[in-house]
Ligand binder design. Structure first.
Ligand code: ZN
Length: 682
């Protein structure tokens, strides 16, 4: 980030020389065999870039979607399982490496898990059975509070507990951590699944009721059918009180500061003293209550619904929650509803892959440390630092050139850009796992202790100074993220692999791949969320009213563009739900293109394999979005996700003049936009 002009120039020259060597030696990193030349690029650029590959690679039975992300995940999982097994072999008892090995082994111990049956859940059942009044009910609900929400960084809004906690730098004072409380308690992903009149949703509800019945039956609980109906009825009431997904994404609507004393007055029904005492939060003076309507409504239900119904509901919640760590019959039943019905996946993934995921969830940074030591060379970090510097400089130029932004807002934007922290590969400081106890033959216990360890860690941060270099992803994650309050980005080592980044590929390909992703994440600092947080993380709109009006108008045009994409007759892309991500895609692609052109220093990059450098750039972008879903999964994604599906994200190329020129787009092409209709936000 702090490169001087001199070093940028020097490194870019080396990059250019390197690129020339690569142009002659390699096919520039574009997968020509993947392309479907029978499709006009201007009609469907995603299929043009990926169609042949998609036809030749149907979605495997154990997946609900497929493409570059799944393949990368598969390869990374293989690497990780080798690392886990290697580390466990000679690790000392109590060491981090031993914990990783034991956690993995406990998940893989199918014989042990079968022989124990449901026994590992007995202590939790006993606690539920002991609930005799509203106070013990409140206490139990408080004990189940986990730190499982992260709305602004990882956009995790789901928890199966009645409420979920997010510990984040405070909106009121971003130098300190504070607690945010979120709605939860549903088994199905969102209120829509309980309330929508669509036939597809009604079918899912029938399947869910059958799933509750089957799960209770497996757990040996009598009258499973009648209990299941009452559990469904209670969840439906919870859903009726929930705030919608798109409203939950609105930071201003979420910023509701409640003092501890406010809970009893604003959300009566739940014994909040008992709840917070059990959650270890009774010392906490204030909270942000993200969905006050849900807090109020669900607290009312705690008082109004019968204690027996709550106990049945909580029993089912516990079994469903730990199904992955229980005998095969439970995990099969869980898979049948959550994967097959909701996502269309045909077969469950191999046990070792699920064990890798579970180990990553519980001991992410330990696994990550092993991963980067073996797979992330320092040279990659250096090259990516240079790309980040070039893309940041290009973003600065775009800000300078904006005609609609006022000088005051430009100064704020540039301050934010200069102070942006970009983490490449892995965090500077590793987490301490010494307080986490792993027992080799106790899969359920390990999972539960991992949740408690995570909760206690996040809770211990409350009121303490914020670590501005904190990571919210693990190094082996195959994604990247923007942290708006910290004004920071994480690019884990996992995503810094082909097809996103390849040291052997041309610069055009790397800028079209990881470059666009870097630009995307930078742009989040300046989008509808980023515009609300200043460089220091205060929730403060740093735009003038006129700037914001024009920014919103430009965004509105993009929302309308995405509203036109309709994968199903009854369900399309929601332009507003996905707007922040679509602005980020458009800005990221445009700014990475600028940075690439600037890195050429006026020289023309040679045509490779019949492709101009501009064609390589845009094809690399489209091929980095080679991801497709089963219809069920696509439906789930359209309703729940803040991103548009991959093919529509690719279509944003239609807004860029150089794309139209590079592929000779005609007015009759489906993706053609008249120059006045091409959206440009930045
Ligand atoms: Zn994004």
């Amino acid at each position: 980030m702090k490169s001087t002009t001199d070093t940028m120039f020097r490194i870019s020259l080396i990059g250019a020389l390197f690129a020339i060597i690569c142009f002659t030696a390699l096919a520039a990193g574009i997968d020509r065999a993947a392309m479907d030349m029978s499709v006009a690029p201007g009609d469907d650029f995603w299929t043009y870039a990926n169609g042949a590959w998609v036809k030749a690679h149907p979605i495997p039975a154990d997946r609900s979607s497929y493409g570059v992300d799944a393949i990368l995940k598969e390869e990374t999982s293989k690497r990780i399982v080798d690392l886990i097994q290697g580390a466990a072999q000679d690790a000392k008892p109590g060491s981090d490496a031993r914990k990783v090995g034991d956690y993995y082994a406990s998940f893989m111990d199918e014989g042990g898990i079968e022989s124990k049956g449901i026994t590992p859940l007995q202590p939790m059942f006993a606690k539920i059975a002991a609930i005799g009044d509203r106070t013990t009910l409140a206490r139990y609900l408080g004990e189940r509070l986990h730190a499982d929400i992260d709305i602004l960084n990882n956009t995790d809004l789901y928890t199966d507990n009645l409420f979920g906690l997010w510990v984040s730098p405070s909106f009121q004072d971003p130098t300190r951590y504070s607690p945010f409380l979120f709605q939860g308690g549903l088994g199905m992903p969102d209120r829509e699944y309980y309330l929508s009149d669509a036939d597809a949703m009604k079918k899912i509800r029938t399947a869910y009721l059958a799933h509750i019945t089957a799960t209770l039956t497996l757990a040996g609980i009598a009258d499973a059918e009648a209990r299941a109906s009452r559990i469904m009825a209670l969840e439906t009431k919870i859903a009726q009180n929930h705030t919608s997904r798109s409203e939950s994404g609105d930071v201003q609507k979420g910023n509701n500061l409640w003092a501890r004393a406010d809970f009893a007055a604003k959300a009566p029904g739940l014994d909040w003293n008992a709840y917070f005492a059990a959650a270890g939060l009774d010392e906490q003076g204030t909270f942000i209550v993200w969905q006050p309507g849900a807090a109020k409504g669900c607290a009312t239900l705690v008082a109004s619904e019968s204690i027996e119904d709550w106990k049945d509901y909580l029993t089912f919640r516990v079994v469903d929650h730990y199904s992955a760590f229980l005998p095969k019959a439970f995990s099969d039943e869980h898979f049948a509803f959550y994967e097959r019905t909701l996502h269309g996946t045909l077969e469950q993934r191999s046990r070792w892959k699920r064990a890798v995921d579970a180990t990553n969830d519980a001991l992410g940074q330990v696994v990550g440390k092993l991963y980067v030591a073996k797979y992330f060379p320092e040279s990659a970090k250096t090259q990516l630092d240079t790309m980040v510097a070039n893309i940041t400089a290009a973003y600065g130029n775009r800000i300078n050139a904006l005609t609609w932004m006022s000088p005051e807002t430009k100064a704020e934007a540039k301050h934010k850009l200069i102070t942006l922290t970009v983490g490449i590969g892995y965090p500077d400081k590793w987490r301490d796992y010494s307080a986490f106890k792993v027992v080799r033959d106790d899969a359920v216990g390990n999972a539960e202790r991992s949740e408690i360890f995570e909760y206690n860690y996040r809770r211990s941060l409350l009121g303490k100074p914020v670590d501005r270099k904190e990571w919210v992803m693990t190094p082996q994650d195959l994604d990247a993220v923007s942290l708006p309050i910290l004004n920071a980005l994480n690019f884990p080592a996992g995503i810094l692999q082909p097809p996103f980044y390849d040291p052997a590929a041309s610069d055009a390909v790397n800028y079209g791949g990881i470059g666009a992703a870097i630009g995307h994440e930078i742009s989040h600092s300046f989008d509808d969320t980023g515009a609300q947080f200043d460089a220091e993380g205060h929730l403060r709109n740093w735009w003038t009213d006129d700037d914001l009006k024009r920014f919103k108008a430009a965004g509105e045009a993009l929302a309308k563009q995405f509203d036109q994409y309709k994968p199903f007759p009854d369900l399309g892309v929601n332009g507003h739900q996905t707007l922040g991500e679509n602005i980020a895609d458009l800005a990221g692609l445009a700014v990475s293109y600028d940075a690439y052109i600037a890195s050429l220093h006026g020289k023309e990059a040679p045509t490779v394999d019949g492709l101009t450098s501009d064609q390589q750039f845009f094809l690399a972008y489209a091929q980095s979005w080679r991801i497709y879903k089963r219809p069920e999964a696509l439906r789930h994604f359209l309703i729940n996700d803040g991103h548009a599906p991959a093919q529509y994200r690719t279509f944003t190329v239609r807004n860029l003049d150089p794309w139209c020129a590079a592929f000779h787009i005609k007015e009759t092409d489906k993706l053609y936009l008249a120059p006045k209709d091409r959206v440009r936000v930045w």
